[in-house]
Design a protein around this ligand. Structure first.
Ligand SMILES: Nc1ncnc2c1ncn2[C@@H]1O[C@H](COP(=O)(O)OP(=O)(O)OP(=O)(O)O)[C@@H](O)[C@H]1O
Ligand SMILES: [Mg+2]
Length: 259
C-alpha cells in the first residue's frame, strides 16, 4: 500500500443549470518522501482534487487513504498552501506562522513553540520581515509565509495548489529554487499542483498529467529521470528533461484534442 492512495475519485458540482462532472475517476499514489506534481489546464479540476485530499469537500465516489486511514475531513497532518493568499491580515508574519505552530503543539512550552516558529520563518528567508503584516509584503513574500506556515505544522503530506501562480516569472523562479532547497533538506511528502510544465519537471520525482474536464482523469505518471540536487541552469539540455517534457506535452495536447 502506498503512503497516499487515491482510488476512483469522482466529484460533481450541482448548479441551477445542472450538474458539472468535474472529476471522472481519479487514481493516484504517492510514496513517503516523494515529490509528485499534477499538471493540467485551467478549469480541469486540480483545485477540486486538492480540496478532496485536504478533506475540505467530500467525494461522490472513491476513496482517499493516508497511511491506510480513510480521509474524512481536514486534519493537521495535511498542510495546504492555497492558490490565493490566505494569510490573516491582522497578524504579522510571526503571528501567522505562530498560530499554526501553536495549533498543532498545544503541549509544548511557549519557548519551544517560539523556537519552531522562528526556525520556519528563517527557512523561507523572512526573518527580517517577521513583524510585518501581509499588506506590507510583496506577493512572493506572502507565498513564502504560506509555505512556512504549512511546513511549520510538520504535515505528513504537503499539498500545494499552484503556490506561485500569482507572482511574476523572476520571483517564481526564486521561489521554485527555495522550495527545491527546502525539500532537499527535509524530504517531506509533497503534492504540487501546477499548470507549468517546466516547474513540474524541475521539482517533481513523478508527474501526473490531468485531462481537461468534464470527467477529468489523470494520465499515467511520467517519471522525471533527472538526478538531484537539480540545478535550473543546463537542465533543459539534459535528455531526461527533454524526454519528460515531450511525454507530458504530448499527453496534454492529445487529451485536449480528444475532448
Ligand atoms: N464550488 C463550486 N461549485 C460549482 N462549480 C465549481 C466549484 N468549484 C469548481 N467548480 C467548477 O469545477 C471545474 C474545475 O474547477 P477547479 O477549480 O477544480 O479547476 P482548476 O484545475 O483548479 O483550475 P485553475 O487551474 O484555473 O485553478 C470548473 O469548471 C469550475 O467552474
Ligand atoms: Mg485551481
Amino acid at each position: 500500500m502506498a503512503y497516499l492512495e487515491v482510488r476512483g475519485l469522482r466529484k460533481s458540482y450541482g448548479t441551477r443549470s445542472g450538474l458539472t462532472a468535474v472529476l471522472g475517476g481519479v487514481d493516484l499514489t504517492l510514496e513517503e518522501g516523494e515529490f509528485v506534481a499534477v499538471v493540467g489546464y485551467s478549469g480541469s479540476g486540480k483545485t477540486t482534487l486538492v480540496s478532496l485530499i485536504a478533506g475540505l469537500i467530500a467525494p461522490d465516489r472513491g476513496e482517499i487513504l493516508l497511511e491506510g486511514v480513510p480521509v474524512t475531513g481536514p486534519g493537521p497532518e495535511r498542510g495546504i498552501v492555497f492558490q490565493q493568499y490566505s494569510l490573516l491580515p491582522w497578524l504579522s508574519v510571526r503571528g501567522n506562522v505562530a498560530l499554526a505552530v501553536d495549533a498543532v503543539n498545544p503541549g509544548l512550552p511557549a519557548s519551544e513553540r517560539r523556537r519552531i516558529t522562528d526556525e520556519f520563518i528563517a527557512l523561507v528567508n523572512l526573518t527580517p520581515a517577521a513583524w510585518k503584516r501581509p499588506r506590507q509584503l510583496s506577493g512572493g513574500m506572502r507565498q513564502r509565509v504560506a509555505v512556512a506556515r504549512a511546513l511549520a505544522m510538520r504535515p505528513k503530506l504537503l499539498l500545494m495548489d499552484e503556490p506561485f501562480s500569482a507572482v511574476d516569472a523572476l520571483t517564481r523562479a526564486t521561489l521554485q529554487d527555495e522550495l527545491l532547497r527546502i525539500w532537499g533538506e527535509r524530504r517531506s511528502t509533497v503534492m504540487l499542483i501546477t499548470n507549468d510544465v517546466d516547474e513540474a519537471i524541475l521539482l517533481a520525482d513523478r508527474i501526473y498529467p490531468m485531462t481537461p474536464g468534464p470527467d477529468a482523469v489523470l494520465g499515467p505518471a511520467i517519471e522525471v529521470g533527472l538526478p538531484r540536487p537539480r540545478q535550473r541552469r543546463h537542465m533543459s539540455l539534459e535528455p531526461a528533461y527533454q524526454k519528460a517534457r515531450q511525454a507530458l506535452v504530448e499527453f496534454l495536447r492529445a487529451a485536449r484534442t480528444a475532448r
